[in-house]
Design a binder for this molecule. Structure first.
Ligand code: GLA
Length: 423
């Protein structure tokens, strides 16, 4: 008598249902049931640190095709992005035809992907990268391609057959769908494939996913779309694309929900997409301070040396990837200067001074007077009692200790990012 577990696909993956020998070896749609082995494979630990990758949307929107993207995959490797820790190569909206086929399957646009999606996924994998794709919980994607509603299990099986490792799942054209239920359904469909597929929820924070998305997916957008502007939102008719600072300021209220395998996602990076060097550096530093997923969105084939240096700064990336996964909290130093504080493993700390204003600001920190206590974060660091060594993560230099005052002129929209190690 062979008993087996099967997973109840209507519930989150942690719910296992015991069936005795009478349990059928077939699920209602004829697919093989999910065994304990499969459940072990797909649950739990796909994103112990914030996922890192590259996504087509911010630069190319739907103007994507295989030759362009193969060039991008090659540049991903030759530019050092892969070696810096980036892994996912994600196709956003616009990869499919406007209609499903006669069996209801999604079809990769043959003009854009003449060799089919499996061949492209194989190419991505052959370079030691993971392959991600996009769809939407609604009837249509945001750009008007076929959405997944009513095809969740079918689409998940198709993705698994292509070798997809990551699904970004959007929220356009969802009418009265219940967000939590819709995302749980797709999460279950992905898990039933038996393939580990990282699930990235993208409902723009409209339904407070930080309260329910843990266990449903590994990351969830917390805001609307980003735009490559440091301070000014961009009006797009019925909605606004959000500046770096607008998105940043929404994060402290939800920072406590962030952690391993359930990351608050403040949207993809705009580094290299038109902001100044200081702004790009600040944007990247702050996303790392937030322990945010890092999805570059620039043209990797043409990036400047400065952009490349920002995106591949290992010491800054290490702050993002710290295994505690704690998001930074802000401390106000002056109207225009904020200090972001991120506790790290081994009692280390990352500090990021941000000049939000349009003029140079002077930083002059007498450490024993600096109070960065944060009750909610359970953090009370007393610089009067504990001394730290300081390392500047952009200069990549040791810059003294907290025994002396820290003085620096901070240009507009720039940051100083320090790692502190106890002496
Ligand atoms: C939404 C998402 C974006 C992008 C587009 C694609 O706006 O928030 O990140 O995926 O859809 O149409």
């Amino acid at each position: 008598m062979k008993a087996r577990f099967i997973i109840n696909s209507c519930l989150a993956v942690t719910t296992l249902v015991w069936f005795g020998s009478k349990a059928s070896a077939q699920t209602p749609d004829g697919a093989a049931p999910v065994t304990v082995e499969k459940v072990k494979l797909v649950t739990g630990n796909l994103a112990p640190t914030p996922p890192m990758g590259w996504n087509t949307w911010n630069t190319f929107q739907t103007r994507i095709d295989e030759p362009l993207l193969k060039g991008m995959v090659d540049a991903y490797v030759s530019s050092g992005m892969r070696d810096a820790g980036y892994r996912y190569f994600v196709l956003d909206d616009g990869w499919m035809t406007m209609e499903r086929d006669s069996n209801g399957n999604l079809v990769a646009d043959p003009k854009k992907f003449p060799n089919g999606m499996k061949a492209f996924a194989d190419y991505v994998h052959s370079k030691g990268l993971k392959f991600g794709i996009y769809n939407c919980a609604g009837n249509k994607t945001c750009a008007g391609y076929p959405g997944t509603r009513g095809h969740e299990y079918q689409d998940a099986r198709l993705y698994a057959s292509w070798g997809v490792d990551f699904l970004k799942y959007d929220w356009c054209n969802t009418d009265s769908l219940n967000a939590r239920e819709a995302y749980i359904t797709m999460s279950s469909a992905l898990k039933e494939t038996g393939r580990p597929i990282l699930f990235s929820l993208c409902e723009w924070g409209n339904h407070q996913p930080w309260l329910w998305a843990k266990g449903v997916g590994e990351q969830y957008r917390t805001t609307g779309d980003i735009t490559a502007n440091f301070t000014a939102d961009k009006h797009m008719g019925t909605w606004s694309a959000l500046s770096v600072l607008t998105i940043l300021d929404k994060q402290p209220a939800i920072r406590k929900y962030n952690g391993p395998n359930h990351w608050n996602d403040p949207d993809m990076l705009e580094v290299g997409n038109g902001m100044s060097y200081a702004e790009d550096k600040a944007h990247f530093s702050l996303w790392c301070m937030l322990a945010a997923p890092l999805a570059a969105g620039n043209d990797l084939r043409k990036m400047s040396a400065q952009t490349q240096a920002i995106l591949t700064n290992k010491e800054v990336i290490d702050i993002d990837q710290d295994e505690l996964g704690i998001a930074a909290y802000p401390v106000k130093l002056a109207d225009s200067v904020q200090l972001w504080v991120k506790p790290l493993k081994n009692n280390q700390l990352a500090l990021c001074f941000l000049n939000r204003s349009s003029s140079v600001q002077k930083i002059n920190i007498k450490w024993s007077d600096l109070d960065i206590t944060n009750a909610e974060a359970g953090s009370s660091i007393k610089f009067a009692e504990n001394k730290y060594a300081l390392r500047d993560l952009w200069l990549k230099k040791n810059v003294g200790t907290t025994k002396a005052a820290f003085k620096q002129d901070l240009p507009s929209h720039d940051v100083v990012m320090l790692k502190l190690t106890k002496l």
